[in-house]
Ligand binder design. Structure first.
Ligand code: ADP
Ligand code: ZN
Ligand code: ZN
Length: 732
């Protein structure tokens, strides 16, 4: 029977597909794009089914505007992964697909690589005596270059030959377009290892052998401090994969995608490496994406969303810094790229490697219970010593812009020896609050449950939560006093104080305010590498992905916030940051020191980390998690709701709670907590509440949500408040 109807997943927030009639001479395919009328608009969607009958009255259905593809957008592996993720995260399929598709494809652009233009010399061109072209040297050069064989248009342009010259020579009939044989550009025949490899140490060799022995899917956790040789393991594992002609997908955190990282892979192998990150323009993104799908890229390195890149012949997936929170998408389609990578590896039957110096407690748990292979690198090649760690108790100490006297003395010592010093302070701006000295009034954002941050340079108060900014007031809002003072220390203040304390040394500040301009981060990093700066000051941004061999002292200026956060992952994050920075300090000839300033030197987290290391910390943190019924021992989902009317927000979540409780799937070990106000109870004028649900297994969680969600969507208030469901949230 003829298929007359197409089911189309559209980028709209509705958990359903839409039926359309197939017009004459239209040949839609499953997984391919179509353009359709939708309300008063036209949208591009993905065909997810074809049928002979429609689910509604066929005469009501509109006809497809156009069929855009003759082959599916994604490979079967990614297509199935998207279906799975849509169910698991309870996010509408069409919206999820739209979110991970290159923008230009979503706009209907053809999904085909622009074929490169090639030129070849003609017989008439060959017969031209070059001496006759002395007045047209560029034309002569074209002919000369092409006598060695065909060349691409782009290559010729790169030789300083303008497009008009090529046009002229072509018009004279001396050169003509050339079509290269299909596989001339394929990388496989040209694969080669292009640099000397170090001999692996025993642990590295074991890791490589274990991973390479896998046939099909397996997940390995590769744990090793910075410099222990994880990347070298990746490179060794990639070699046989690429040699077989298969492709590799490598995910790194946004901030870790540095030119150094990319160069590492380019240097080792003679294969095309494609990079996908948020900074690409739409055109380049589509090109990179298509190159991966058409097997013209051998290695794809990208950030979170690159996980969904279709690859013709995928052979391995590597997730570097697997613990990094940036792998979790924080809005709309809230997927976790690491978890989905494991799913993708399973689906496509290829091995997955999760690498980290500080594995997430989830992955550690999976490794310890045998679900993942557990591979450890404990030595640093070259016998580099690990950093000495110390705690600075600042209780009752005078602080100079956040720095204690012992820390300043230690800094001076390292600087005088010609080394660099690195300071972390996770608070940008000049001061996190501004206060009246007379009455204690604090300048707070009217739209948020938060204080304004003072930005001295711009003479502005800024709310870091809703973006609101206004000039610094001259008078207290309450008592009219002009004695306004700043409270606390941000990076901007610390920077200016460092200028006073250490006038003979140069400080560079790296935070979001200071690196907004494109290329500025690279400029600073280059300056650090060249030794133009001696003091490096920054937020978390500075901790990740960069190597600073001349830094011998690292200080965490204020760690107390993380010790007493209401997010149960805050200690884990602090521990990861501490190990990360310790790994950046020093090298073989110059051992490093890491110092923490805290008011709570006795805190068990700090004690176990500093004296026993991440492993011991992780052990005790896992024990705590088990006792508190927290992940990875249970599974969480979070309903968030916000609105201008606090009552409706709270009431809506109360109704969600009742809906969940009424579900037949209710399980003894499942719990609903809340509604309770979010950590930031008001933001941009909206009140924010949340409802946390907990289940003993993913399966129970999924059944519960699947049964309850349709009823939640039926609640009248669900259309009045803004709400979302975050399955396995990373931030509470
Ligand atoms: P990680 O990725 O864990 O930070 P890398 O793989 O980058 O570690 O290794 C750190 C440094 O040590 C690099 O310069 C690398 O080339 C070098 N290296 C790694 N493994 C070896 C080895 N087996 N022998 C000698 N040098 C090595
Ligand atoms: Zn605000
Ligand atoms: Zn006042």
């Amino acid at each position: 029977m003829m298929e007359q109807f197409a089911q189309v997943a559209l980028p709209v927030p509705l958990a359903k597909t839409f039926d359309y009639r197939i017009g004459e001479n239209q040949h839609p395919i499953i997984g391919g794009r179509v353009k359709v009328p939708f309300g008063r608009q036209h949208k591009v969607g993905i065909v997810t089914g074809l049928s002979a009958t429609a689910s509604v009255d066929a005469s009501q259905l509109k006809v497809l505007d156009a069929v855009l593809d003759t082959q599916p957008v994604w490979t079967p592996g990614v297509y199935h992964l998207l279906h799975w993720a849509s169910r698991f995260y309870h996010h509408p399929l069409g919206d999820a697909m739209g979110a991970v598709m290159p923008t230009l494809l979503r706009k209907g652009r053809p999904a085909a690589l622009q074929q490169q233009k090639w030129w070849q010399i003609t017989e008439s061109g060959q017969n031209q005596p070059l001496s006759g072209l002395s007045r047209a040297p560029k034309q002569a050069r074209v002919l000369q270059l092409l006598t060695h064989g065909p060349a691409t248009h782009a290559d010729l342009i790169e030789q300083d030959i303008g497009a008009p010259v090529l046009k002229t020579v072509a018009e004279k009939g001396w050169i003509a377009p050339y079509t290269p044989p299909l596989n001339a550009q394929a990388w496989q025949p040209h694969f080669a290892v292009t640099e000397d490899k170090p001999a692996l140490n025993h642990e590295q060799a074991m890791a490589v052998a274990t991973i390479n022995a896998n046939d099909g899917f397996a997940c390995a956790l590769l744990e090793g401090i910075t410099g222990s040789g994880k990347t070298e393991v990746y490179l060794n594992v990639l070699e046989p994969v690429l040699a077989r002609g298969e492709q590799a997908l490598i995910l790194v955190p946004e901030i870790g995608l540095t030119p150094q990282t990319i160069r590492r892979f380019e240097r080792r192998f003679h294969v095309p490496v494609t990079v996908m990150h948020s900074g690409l323009n739409d055109n380049d993104r589509l090109k990179a994406w298509l190159a991966a799908r058409e097997n013209q890229a051998a290695i794809v390195i990208g950030t979170r969303s690159a996980l969904f890149t279709p690859m013709a012949n995928l052979g391995i997936i590597i997730i570097d810094e697997e613990h990094d929170p940036s792998y979790k998408q924080q809005d709309s389609f809230r997927y976790h790229a690491r978890d989905l990578a494991v799913m993708r590896g399973h689906e496509e039957k290829v091995p997955v490697i999760l690498g980290s110096a500080t594995p997430s407690l989830e992955s550690l748990h999976n490794a310890k219970t045998g679900k993942y292979q557990y591979l450890k690198l404990t030595q640093r090649p070259g016998n580099a010593v690990t950093a000495r760690q110390g705690i600075l108790d600042i209780k009752g100490h005078y602080l100079d812009a956040g720095l204690s006297a012992p820390l300043i003395a230690e800094m001076r010592q390292h600087l005088q020896q010609g080394n660099q010093v690195m300071l972390f302070l996770n608070r940008r701006g000049y001061a996190p609050a501004m206060m009246c000295h007379e009455c204690g009034w604090l300048a707070n954002c009217q739209r948020c449950d938060a204080y304004y941050t003072l930005h001295q340079q711009q003479q502005e108060l800024r709310c870091h939560h809703c973006g609101h900014q206004k000039p610094v007031p001259h008078q207290c809002h309450d008592c009219g006093s002009t004695q306004l003072i700043s409270v606390g220390v941000g990076t901007e203040q610390l920077e200016s104080q460092l200028g006073e304390l250490f006038p003979e040394y140069k400080t560079v500040r790296i935070d979001r305010d200071n690196t907004r301009r494109k290329g500025s981060l690279e400029t600073y990093l280059n300056g650090i590498e060249k030794g133009e700066y001696q003091i490096l000051l920054g937020t978390q941004m500075l901790a990740k992905g960069h190597h600073f061999p001349n830094v011998t002292l690292v200080a965490l200026v204020d760690v107390d916030g993380a010790l007493f956060s209401n997010d149960f992952r805050a200690p884990e994050r602090l521990a990861q940051l501490m190990v990360q920075v310790a790994g950046r300090a020093g090298r073989a000839s110059k051992p490093g020191t890491v110092l923490l300033q805290t008011h709570h030197p006795e805190h068990s987290l700090i004690q176990s980390l500093v004296h026993k290391g991440y492993q011991a910390f992780a052990e005790s943190a896992l024990t705590e998690r088990r006792q508190a019924w927290l992940p990875p021992y249970t599974f969480l989902s979070l309903f968030r709701a916000e609105g201008h009317e606090e009552n409706s927000v709270q009431q809506f979540l109360q109704q969600v709670r009742q809906t969940l409780a009424a579900s037949p799937i209710q399980h003894d070990e499942s719990h609903v907590m809340g509604p309770m106000p979010a950590a930031m109870a008001k933001r941009a004028g909206r009140y924010r509440w949340q409802l946390l649900i907990q289940a003993p297994s993913r399966k129970v969680m999924q059944q519960w949500l699947t049964v309850a969600l349709p009823a939640v969507h039926q609640l009248p208030l669900s259309r009045k408040v803004r709400w979302s469901l975050d399955v396995e949230p990373q931030d509470l």
